[in-house]
Write a protein that binds this ligand. Structure first.
Ligand code: SF4
Ligand code: SF4
Length: 83
């Protein structure tokens, strides 16, 4: 059987609801891969919500979601196809 040229790899990303965020930075501080930083932008409440530093850094572990007191962020995993 011929070996496939594509490898499946689990990657991760986050969903951020910026308007819920109060800028506490827990998600940034507890992310094990330093995938998040606080944005320079303000939300309607005057806080800086998080943004991904790099998609490649996120593994979808959802520690950010577990730490967020306002349910403003969560992480998820997905299968990524690589050539
Ligand atoms: S899902 Fe995990 S790796 Fe991704 S931003 Fe959240 S804490 Fe960091
Ligand atoms: S933990 Fe939640 S409320 Fe705190 S900065 Fe992150 S997204 Fe905003």
């Amino acid at each position: 059987m011929a070996e496939t040229q594509q490898k499946k790899k689990v990657s991760g990303s986050v969903v951020i609801t910026a308007e819920r965020c109060k800028g506490c930075s827990f998600c940034v501080e507890f992310c094990p891969t330093d995938a998040l930083k606080l944005s320079d932008q303000y939300n309607a409440k005057g806080y800086h919500p998080p943004v991904l530093v790099s998609q490649d850094l996120c593994n979808g572990c959802n520690i950010c979601g577990l730490m967020c007191p306002d349910f403003a962020v969560y992480g998820f995993m997905f299968k990524k196809k690589e050539k």
